[in-house]
Design a protein around this ligand. Structure first.
Ligand code: NAP
Length: 250
């Protein structure tokens, strides 16, 4: 199926590994020129080589710590300079942050910055551009947030959902779509550390109807569809990719 993405441009944060890397690769293979943003330069360079070897459009890379105050301005400026126009924005960088019931203040602040504020601020940097062109597709990678234990990241990912819905309402008439993608448990560095040894298998067999964690590619498959013109009538929604893990009652 042609996703009509060829020739488009995108910004992906957290592109060096995990889901951001898979989304970047998939977009590049569909003919999208991506500004791939993360801190790890080696991984970004490897990604570039991997994409070219696979026949995709070579991404432009930007080494940038999103925690830096001026990161949103720098990323937006680099995107417009390197890509000309930006059609797609994928706010993906983030980190699961389980805390005890109080948790250090610095951890709460860091989660607020990385998992909510930088998504909002980078989007706001690019919004005038999207609004002027009357087009754009924004995808925010969130997380399961209806947890029974404290995780600061999940609290701010819930805020991303509320904000995304508001934004979708404001921007629909301008041809700009805003969606969220909620992964369940996906096998990445971010999550692996919490499920050592047999714990992944035991948890998955007990809790996930499809029997295992997902792969980054599973998320990328949904992401590129939501970003593409094929999803032209989808905005303000949360797409779940979780092997059926989500439930409200037994
Ligand atoms: N894996 C899961 O099961 C799961 C579930 C729910 C939600 N999520 C969410 O999905 C998103 C991607 O997670 P993942 O599992 O793919 O994680 P991952 O494999 O750990 O990748 C995280 C990416 O974010 C980047 N990043 C982290 N902190 C950064 C910072 N300060 N500045 C710039 N880049 C930063 C990392 O790049 P560098 O280290 O190179 O900077 C990396 O590319 C996150 O928002 C995460 O919360 C994941």
């Amino acid at each position: 199926m042609d996703l009509y993405l060829k020739g488009k441009t995108a910004v992906v944060t957290g592109a060096s590994q995990g889901m951001g890397r898979a989304i970047t690769k998939e977009l590049a293979l569909e003919g999208v020129k991506v500004l791939a943003v993360a801190r790890n330069e080696n991984l970004l360079n490897e990604l570039k080589e991997e994409v070219v070897a696979a026949g995709g459009v070579e991404p432009v890379t930007l080494v940038q710590d999103l925690i830096a105050m001026d990161a949103p301005q720098k990323i937006a400026a680099a995107a417009l300079a390197e890509l000309g126009n930006v059609d797609l924005l994928i706010n993906n960088a983030g980190r699961s942050r389980p805390l005890d019931v109080v948790g250090p203040e610095e951890e709460w602040q860091a989660a607020l910055t990385l998992d909510f504020d930088r998504h909002r601020q980078l989007t706001q940097q690019l919004l005038p551009h999207f609004m002027e062109r009357k087009q754009g597709s924004i995808l925010n990678i969130i997380s399961t947030y209806e947890l029974r234990t404290i995780n600061a990241s999940a609290v701010f990912k819930a805020s991303v959902v509320a904000w995304s819905k508001q934004l979708a309402g404001e921007l629909g008439r301008l041809g700009i779509r805003v969606n969220c993608l909620q992964p369940g448990l996906i096998d990445t560095e971010n999550i692996r550390r919490f499920f050592p040894g047999d714990e992944r298998r035991n948890f998955a067999e007990r809790e996930i109807p499809l029997g295992d964690f997902g792969e980054s590619q599973d998320v990328a498959n949904m992401a590129i569809f939501l970003l593409s013109p094929r999803a032209r009538y989808i905005t303000g929604t949360v797409a779940v990719v979780d092997g059926g893990w989500r439930h409200y009652a037994f």
